[in-house]
Write a protein that binds this ligand. Structure first.
Ligand SMILES: O=C(O)CCC(=O)C(=O)O
Ligand SMILES: [Fe+2]
Length: 366
């Protein structure tokens, strides 16, 4: 992956009228089986352009550049790469763990309730014997080289993930901190401050952003003053040995002499919902696809004993219990064109109406 990451890009976008660049490299991957799937009807390529706020913006700029290039030399646009074999294998382990963890939780009504994509790998079925409810069909990968490469506080755009997504992030290489900061609902601003969490992400660890994480918290990978070099705890692949970049790591001396890496690579495995595919995304007045965001400031909690403020409890997902919390009242479709147009968008927003827009199937009644 580290070798692959040399070719990854930095996202670029407009922040007001300034063109800014992401402080890490990134790449988006799509699973081969999804490209072939009839329910995506060839729209997955397009969906991968909008995977997050930043990548979306970057891709638009790249597209504009590619468009210019096409005009001059007829070059074709770069297509989204498919999962390399190691990522495909890792994904199967990740899916098993994610399903087992999801089975322990009560689902939010607006979560995806349809059949996950088919897979031929029965070996990787959850060990609890329960049904598979989540599979990844795309992955966003980031590479942070050194202590100063970061990602700032953000939530992942829900444009194709839909409400209450589950996102699983596999960390490789040097350990970094994953920082979560709660967005406090407006009506609680006066009474409490935001909860924050700093979670170390060592090599080969999996962090799951469960349903409601995107609705409740912003996340970041902050800069650090110092960083531990990462030394793989296993012999390097033959290709590295033969290229003279490292010595045989089976002997202690080889281990000592192997250069450490200051890079962390993470792979966030995600499920893009077919009911949020690009042809269903509303357009703003600029003629650009909108982005979907939760109204994080207007959430309510339901703890099963007290009545929630300002909104009725969600319907149809069975008896309320202690995990039924952080329900957002609304999602907004908003204009995102300012990102490509020197900060000038039309400012359009409209409330998502799941039923009227024909979304679903959902995990509960909406
Ligand atoms: O590097 C990480 O763990 C977080 C990456 C992230 O937030 C993203 O890809 O959206
Ligand atoms: Fe993110």
């Amino acid at each position: 992956m580290l070798d692959l990451s040399r070719d990854w890009d930095r996202n670029r976008w407009y922040l007001f009228d300034r063109l800014v660049e992401s402080p890490h490299k990134t790449c988006f991957f799509v699973r081969q089986q999804t490209l072939d799937s009839p329910e995506w009807a060839g729209e997955m390529e397009e969906a991968t352009r909008f995977w997050s706020n930043q990548a979306f913006l970057c891709k638009i700029i790249l597209d504009l550049m590619a468009f210019r290039l096409r005009r001059y030399n007829g070059a074709a646009e770069k297509s989204t790469p498919v999962f390399p074999p190691a990522m495909e294998e890792a994904c199967k382990y990740v899916e098993r763990i994610v399903n087992e963890e999801m089975h322990k939780r009560t689902r939010f009504p607006l979560e995806w309730g349809g059949e996950p994509p088919k897979s031929s790998d029965e070996d990787f079925a959850p060990t609890d014997g329960k049904k598979i409810i989540w599979r990844a069909n795309v992955a966003a990968s980031n590479c942070y080289e050194g202590a100063k490469e970061t990602v700032g506080f953000h939530t992942d755009a829900l444009t194709h993930l839909g409400p209450y997504p589950t996102i699983a992030s596999l960390s490789l290489g040097t350990s970094r901190i994953f920082r979560l900061r709660e967005v406090v609902p407006s009506d609680e601003n006066e009474t409490r401050s935001a909860r924050t969490f700093n979670i170390p992400m060592p090599h080969n660890s999996l962090t799951i952003m469960h349903a409601s994480c995107q609705e409740t918290f912003k996340h970041s990978v902050p800069p650090q003053r110092t960083i531990d070099l990462f030394h793989p705890p296993f012999p390097p692949p033959l290709s590295l040995k033969n290229s003279g970049q490292s010595r045989d790591c089976n002997d202690e001396e080889g281990k000592q002499n192997q250069p450490g890496s200051n890079a962390r690579i993470n792979i966030t495995f995600r499920f893009f919902r077919p009911d949020f595919r690009p042809s269903t995304t509303p357009q703003c007045k600029c003629g650009v696809a909108c982005v979907l965001r939760p109204d994080m400031k207007n959430r309510y909690t339901y703890d099963g004993s007290s009545t929630s403020k300002g909104s009725s409890e969600p319907t149809g997902s069975g008896k309320p219990d202690s995990t039924r919390r952080n329900v957002v009242s609304k999602y907004w479709w908003t204009c995102h064109a300012g990102a490509q147009n020197e900060g000038k968008g039309c400012g359009m927003w409209k409330v998502m109406d799941a039923k009227a827009e024909g979304r679903g199937p959902f995990a509960g009644d909406v």
